[in-house]
Design a protein around this ligand. Structure first.
Ligand code: AMP
Ligand code: MG
Length: 446
């Protein structure tokens, strides 16, 4: 469960108030770097600040589990893992060929060596005599290097003649040998705590002989889709109804091994049932994600119900397009993420905010927010005020080699089919009213 630290909370409150004071007097939004609603001029919280405030609401869960490697994929490594042994554990051949003493080949002229032994991967080299002057050992990739040998020559570079090989090159000491400990010496750091365990990491853990790994417990998430207009796919629609896209979109977004989706509910725009559902979810979830009902309309009851059941909303009214209604807060020790109802806005805010918040709670070590850049393929004008995540398609490459993107439809927060055609979101800074062809923007790949 998240523990909200009162000191941090007080500090964040002060920061918000300060920020609001500084920006509240702005009635006209059209200024660079001003974050405000483009229609009302109302001051809005810049995306980066909102994200920092949201992250400060979250503590990593402290429960741990020890899992067999085969069951740990996608889970989060609990703490730093040192290798207890050298990797590789012994000097071995990097090639199929012949192990030899490099000093025997120093002349660079024709060298003839007697093949005195044979070692394959898995053979015990101590059953093979030490390599003497003028001798070579038939060897295969991964086989332990015989004592006395200090290099391996590829089999393609020698001529075999009975029990002899003939070569005409100088072989350097260490050539084609994988030295003991060269990948990771004993007691060195193999993986950092907070790493997601994917194929690479699980391979590395197996290579040190661990059959189990300690990971953070899964975070428990409840998903509540609000809206009296919602019907489940498969049911007929009555006039005025639409299908509940957010449910399946968010279930897919949450289908991650470090997340356990403990509850999925669709709730009508009715304050009492909403309050009850929030209360029930807060009693067992680490995160409640709601969709819809966080705007300012008469049918938007989520924020009021969070307050009514003793929760607090710490972050709202964000200078993000789409996603202004995104709201973040807490109900006791449960994190609340109120996503907007429009499916594209819900998708985008989950991607930009929710993913990072959930990762922090799961104990994931996160890299800085550096995004790849793309070049815009057309001139555009827009109303400044909010940082925009505009769906875009990659249509080519710029002269400097950046992906060139075409920005799609201006109005898109309810157009799911549009984002299905996008390769990602081009990030337009809040203050920009126009962009010229050839300008660079950050890009979020989908
Ligand atoms: P709201 O944020 O509740 O005002 O909803 C904004 C828009 O998103 C409205 O047009 C809703 O009908 C639509 N919407 C809300 N929830 C969903 C959902 N689960 N699936 C599809 N559309 C939704
Ligand atoms: Mg609604």
């Amino acid at each position: 469960m998240v523990a909200l630290r009162p000191m941090a909370k007080a500090f964040l409150c002060a920061l918000r108030t300060l920020w609001a004071r500084q920006t509240m007097h702005l009635t006209h939004p059209i200024e660079n770097d001003t974050c405000s609603d483009e229609r009302t001029g109302q001051a809005l919280l810049p995306v980066d600040l909102a994200l920092d405030l949201g992250l400060d609401l979250v503590e990593p869960v402290d429960g741990l589990e020890s899992l067999p490697l085969g069951k740990a994929v996608g889970r989060v490594l609990a703490s730093d893992l040192l290798t207890p042994m050298d990797l590789p554990p012994f000097d071995n051949s990097g090639m199929d060929g012949y192990a030899l003493r490099s000093c025997d080949t120093n002349s660079g002229r024709r060298t003839k060596l007697r093949v005195a032994a044979r070692i394959a991967a898995g053979d015990n080299k101590s059953l093979v005599a030490d390599l003497g002057p003028g001798e070579a050992c038939r060897i295969f990739t991964g086989a332990a290097l015989p004592r006395g040998a200090d290099a391996v020559i590829m089999q393609e570079h020698v001529t075999r003649a009975g029990e002899f090989i003939v070569l005409s090159e100088v072989v350097k000491p260490g050539q084609n040998i994988r030295r003991q400990g060269e990948d990771a010496p004993a007691n060195s750091l193999l993986l950092k705590g907070g790493t997601f365990l994917g194929p690479r990491e699980l391979g590395a853990i197996a290579s040190i002989g661990h059959a189990k790994v300690t990971v953070r417990r899964k975070i428990r998430v409840a998903l509540l889709c609000t809206g009296s207009e919602l019907k489940e796919p498969g049911e007929p629609l009555a006039p005025g109804q639409i299908y509940n896209s957010n449910r399946y979109m968010m279930m897919a977004a949450l289908a991650d091994p470090h997340i356990e989706l403990i509850e999925v509910e669709a709730i009508k725009d009715d304050p009492a049932s909403l309050g009850q559902a929030l209360k029930k979810a807060a009693s067992k979830a680490d995160i409640i994600i709601s969709t819809g009902g966080v705007s300012v309309g008469e049918e938007d009851h989520v924020i009021a119900q969070i307050n009514a059941i003793g929760g607090q909303v710490a972050v709202m009214k964000i200078a993000m397009k789409p996603g202004k209604p995104l709201s973040l807060g807490t109900i006791g020790s449960t994190l609340f993420i109120g996503l907007p109802g429009n499916p594209v806005a819900a998708f985008t805010t989950w991607r930009i905010f929710g993913v990072r918040l959930a990762k922090k709670m799961s104990g994931v070590r996160q890299s800085p927010r550096a995004l790849p850049q793309v070049v815009v393929a057309q001139d555009i004008t827009r109303r400044p005020g909010r940082q925009e995540y505009r769906p875009a398609r990659i249509v080519g490459k710029s002269d400097e080699g950046h992906p060139m993107v075409q920005l799609l439809d201006k109005t898109f927060s309810a157009k799911l089919s549009l984002i299905c055609r996008a390769d990602g979101f081009a990030v337009i800074p809040a203050g920009r009213a126009r962009l010229s062809k050839g300008e660079r923007l950050d890009f979020v790949y989908l």
